[in-house]
Design a protein around this ligand. Structure first.
Ligand SMILES: NC(=O)c1ccc[n+]([C@@H]2O[C@H](COP(=O)([O-])OP(=O)(O)OC[C@H]3O[C@@H](n4cnc5c(N)ncnc54)[C@H](OP(=O)(O)O)[C@@H]3O)[C@@H](O)[C@H]2O)c1
Length: 435
């Protein structure tokens, strides 16, 4: 590497603006750490005239971001536009195809095209850096790939979406303060505060967390990225009642990305979970993210920190730039692409664990016996049961937790419960994850 690393920046929004600002403010530190100057030489965004986080008047401007890939003065392209396809994909392919390193914060892009982009990077002996794509400022890619390279993993668990974690934290605070707020109310507040997008579906329906989980799974289990294999359930149906019962039972509700290896295959899922209050991850609140890994020699490791925002994300992007400036070329998913081994996905319903169930029932004699019979018929045993108050002939919540059972059997039991004429709403189930 020469005395400077020449960067082409595509996208000057939250992340791109943060990168410009950080590079300007940390210039001497970064120079001494990377052994050369990190220099943005060209930029691209949609609107040239827009106010930016730093002065770009002296930089080369491209209306078409793809031109960055053809600029011979650029060593590395930073793709900070977003989107799984379109310009982000074309630019990434063209940059690697033209012998330029690529740094991206784009988890959607990598969840869908990570395998082919990793192959392109490897063919050109180039670095594909994506530290910012998973859990923002937490150095989880380097943590797993470099720091924990000596371990085999049995699983990885994460709070991977700050918007969902913020909403669930606020809902819990409301319950604790005695003024419960439902999902829609808290979502609206989160949008007003800028913690949720105007269209929140990618976040609250679990898709963003699933993109990140697919990348972590590849790193942890040495398999190609398989986003289609992630089972996804978001948080829209979480009710303050469930949060209140979780409190009472000693759990907190978190949207977790979970990837585990079992006899049935690799299980990748994003869903709301009950996490025991004693677990470190139960106390990761607000917009923070966390990742827990289980390595065979290191044991359980918990990483926690800010998962989004200009500063944390720029910090991650620039850590990749420093790697490149130091001359490091690292295997994208921890091993050479040819060594990634596809593993079967665990079939739906094969998950084995314990569960929280909430039913709204008419409070009549015999109801509990009927519910218990549905579970008994599927050989699911009950660990605990809660019912508050008695209001004959009115709907009251009944909550059960189960011992370990196969999810398929539990689903059959829930189906049978739903058929009882004393059960008034679709039974709600939340997995219990004993971290
Ligand atoms: N925001 C975060 O905290 C965060 C955290 C982790 C990862 N990420 C990821 O980082 C990426 C960028 O996110 P962001 O929040 O910075 O987005 P953003 O604020 O919406 O910025 C997007 C930037 O891309 C530019 N752009 C859009 N279409 C373009 C095109 N066709 N050609 C050239 N430039 C184009 C926009 O230009 P104009 O400014 O002219 O409109 C804007 O500067 C995404 O992949 C996101 O998932 C974001």
């Amino acid at each position: 590497m020469s005395d400077s690393l020449r960067i082409g920046l595509a996208g000057l929004g939250v992340v791109g603006g943060g990168v410009l600002k950080l590079l300007a403010q940390q210039r001497p530190l970064l120079q001494s750490r990377s052994g050369c100057r990190l220099e943005v030489v060209a930029v691209s965004a949609r609107e040239r005239g827009r106010d930016r986080a730093a002065d770009i008047s002296s930089l080369k401007w491209y209306d078409n971001a793809l031109d960055l890939a053809g600029d011979g003065d650029i060593d590395v392209v930073c793709e900070l536009i977003g989107g799984a396809d379109g310009v982000a994909l074309e630019l990434s392919q063209a940059a690697l195809g033209n012998g330029k390193h690529l740094v991206t914060a784009n988890k959607a892009l990598l969840a869908h095209h990570g395998n082919s982009l990793a192959r392109l990077a490897e063919d050109g002996a180039l670095n594909l850096g994506y530290e910012a794509a998973v859990a923002g400022g937490i150095p989880i890619i380097k943590g797993l790939r470099e720091g924990l390279a000596a371990n085999s993993f049995s699983g990885v668990y994460g709070i991977l979406n700050g918007t969902c974690n913020y909403i669930l934290t606020e809902m819990r605070d409301g319950v604790r303060a005695g003024s419960p707020r439902d999902f829609d109310t808290v979502l609206k507040e989160a949008q007003e505060l800028g913690y949720a997008e105007a269209d929140p579906s990618t976040d609250v329906d679990g898709v963003d967390a699933a993109h990140k989980l697919a990348l972590l799974t590849s790193l942890v289990f040495g398999c190609p990225v398989d986003f289609a294999a992630v089972r996804i359930e978001g948080i829209r149906h979480i009710n303050p009642l469930d949060i209140r019962f979780a409190e009472e039972l000693g759990y907190r509700v978190k949207l977790l990305g979970v990837s585990r290896a079992s006899a049935a295959g690799i299980e990748q899922s994003v869903h709301p979970c009950m996490v025991p209050e004693r677990a470190a991850i139960a106390h990761v609140d607000g917009v923070l993210n966390a990742v827990v890994t289980e390595g065979d020699f290191v044991g359980t490791t918990t990483f926690e920190g800010p998962g989004a925002g200009a500063g944390p994300t720029a910090s991650a992007v620039i850590s990749d730039l420093v790697d490149i400036a130091r001359g490091l070329v690292l295997p994208t998913f921890g091993v050479a692409v040819s060594e990634l081994v596809a593993r079967p996905s665990a079939p739906p319903g094969s998950h084995v664990g314990s569960y929280y169930i909430r039913l709204m029932v008419v409070d009549r004699p015999g109801v509990i016996a009927d519910i218990a019979a549905c579970l008994r018929d599927q050989e699911v045993s009950v660990e605990s049961m809660l019912q508050h108050g008695r209001r004959p002939d009115e709907a009251v919540p009944v909550v059960l937790t189960t011992h370990v059972a196969e999810e398929e059997a539990l689903a059959r039991a829930l189906g049978a419960m739903g058929e009882l004429n004393t059960v008034l709403e679709t039974p709600r189930m939340i997995r219990i994850v004993n971290l």
